[in-house]
Structure formats: C-alpha cells, structure tokens
Design a protein around this ligand. Structure first.
Ligand code: C5P
Length: 290
C-alpha cells in the first residue's frame, strides 16, 4: 500500500466568460471557455497516524475544514459511505497559484484532493459520482477533473470538452489585491439593476463593452483601474488576446512565441508575474502525477 502520493493541481484561465443571467439558486448562468495552464500547486498526501492535517508554508492558506482539500476528503468518505470525519492523512501543499486571483487554485486543489484520496482510500466511484461530488465542492471543481480546453455552462459545472487550442505562452499578471468571486458577481447584479432602471428611462443600453471577452472585467476594472491598464499593456506588448481571468484579480495575455511572452513579462515586471504554457487535456493528465 503506497505510503504517499504527490500530484500537481494546475491553474486555469478563462479565455472568455459571459454572464447570461441570475439563476433561481442564486448562482449565475455562465458560458465560459476554461483553459489549463502549467502553473500548478504540488500536493503530497502522506499516510500518518492521527487527525487529518493540511500543511502549507503560506500562512494565508487555511489548514482547517474551510479548505476545499478538507471538504474533498469529507466528500471522498461520503462516496465510500463512511460516516467518520477525515483522518490518517497529512496533505503538504506547495502553493504556487495565487489565491483570489481567478486562476482556480482552490477548486483545482479540491479536484486533485478528491481524486488522490479516492485512490489512497480505495473508494470505488463512477465518473458521474465523482463529477457530482466535485460540483458540490464548487462550481469550477468539475472542470479540474478534466482540464484542457472546455466550455462550461450552467454554474460553470456543465462541461463540453473542446479541441485543444494551439499551444500558446501565457503571461499572467496578478495585482497585489485579490477579488472575491462572490463580490464580483454581486457587482454584476448591481450593474444589471442599475442598467434596468436606466433602460426604463432611455432605450437601448449596450451593457456589453466592446472587445471585452469577460463580462466581469469592466466591473472589476471600475473598482480596480489597474486591471484595465494591465489588459491594455498586454495588448500593446503584442498579446493576441488579453483579458481578466474569471473574477480576477489576475490578468493574462496570450503569445505564440515564448520569447515574446518573456519580453512582455519583463516590461510588466511585478512580484507576481508568471510566464507559463497552456496545457492540453492529455498534458494535464500526463503531468499531474509527475
Ligand atoms: O461555487 P463556488 O463556491 O466556487 O462559488 C463562489 C461564489 O461565486 C458563489 O457563492 C457565488 O456567489 C458566485 N458564483 C455565482 N455563479 C457562478 C459561480 C459562482 O454567482 N456560476
């Protein structure tokens, strides 16, 4: 029986993100294109005696039951129809994906933990059960079971795998502040309400900003003008596509050539600027266990 298991949990960017409306369950109806990137956290699961533990060098990373890794452990036990609380595993997390950045770090950790713990605890599940358990952890979590390029509908949890995009180099710039996903969607609700009120007075409000592929971007940029500046700077440096990722705060630019991505990253230099390639679905699978 393996004593430990190490896996990589990859980050994502949203190549586009459309918010189509508010759902009856309080979530938002989305249409988004997810894309894996090689930026990853490294998770090592080790069998130990005693309680479930999560260890990380980053003091901001929660080590308790609020962490999606912990919730994934509870879900894995529920799938095995075991009623006890998680125990007997220490999870060491090497955190490389910035938090509150719209890069899916927490969700990716949750998906990686769900799969790793089902393996370590020999939980027999169908793909459907695993997807269902992942969706309960969070709207983005099912995507991370697959990775690569995929369309997400509903809350982002109904997935249609797409052909892999041509490989690209991604410059990811993460401002020093984070954005809570909940807040970003509340800003969208507020903008819709104001838009409706304005439309009652004057016809024809065009709520979709031109050349912006993420509906949350104008709302985040309004509160944090640096976001708009970074998108413009990435375009100026030659990105063939630049946008906010998810609800931010990270902004990314796509480049065909690595050298061009590196040159752009040097120009935009900040403490949290990364150059990383896109990953295919097969690449995610191959590299996850390395
Ligand atoms: O599912 P998850 O916990 O990752 O979502 C975090 C928050 O983002 C939700 O509580 C909700 O406020 C918002 N959200 C949303 N619509 C989505 C996804 C997330 O309103 N499709």
């Amino acid at each position: 029986m393996a004593r430990s298991l190490t896996v990589h949990a990859f980050a994502k960017i949203n190549l586009d993100l459309r918010v189509l409306g508010l759902r009856p369950d309080g979530y938002h109806e989305l249409r988004t294109t997810f894309q894996s990137i090689a930026l990853a956290d490294r998770l090592t699961f080790t069998r130990v005696r005693g309680p479930f533990q999560i260890e990380c060098d980053d003091p901001a990373f929660p080590g308790d039951h609020t962490n999606l890794i912990w919730k994934a452990a509870q879900r894995a036990l529920a799938l095995a129809r075991r009623r006890e609380q998680p125990s007997g595993i220490r999870v060491r997390v090497e955190k490389n994906i910035p938090m509150q950045a719209g890069l899916g770090g927490g969700s990716s950790n949750g998906a990686a933990a769900l799969q790793a713990l089902c393996r370590l605890w020999k939980v027999k599940t169908t793909r459907g059960e695993l997807q269902h358990a992942a969706a309960k952890l969070g709207a983005d979590v099912p995507y991370f079971l697959e990775g690569g390029t995929a369309l997400g509908f509903h809350r982002g949890d109904l997935l249609v795998p797409l052909d892999d995009i041509d490989p690209a180099w991604v410059v990811v710039v993460v401002p020093e502040f984070g954005v809570s996903t909940k807040d970003a969607f509340a800003w969208w609700d507020q903008a819709m309400k104001e838009g409706r009120e304005r439309r009652d007075r004057q016809d024809g409000l065009n709520r979709r900003a031109k050349n912006v592929s993420n509906d949350l971007q104008p709302l985040v940029a309004k509160r944090h003008p640096i976001v708009g500046k970074l998108v413009r700077a990435l375009n100026k440096e030659g990105a063939f596509h630049a946008s906010l990722s998810g609800s931010g705060s990270a902004v990314f630019g796509l480049f065909s050539r690595r050298a061009d991505a590196q040159a752009a990253a040097r120009k935009l230099a900040g403490p949290r600027t990364f150059v990383t390639p896109t990953l295919t679905r097969a690449g995610c699978r191959r590299l996850a266990a390395k």
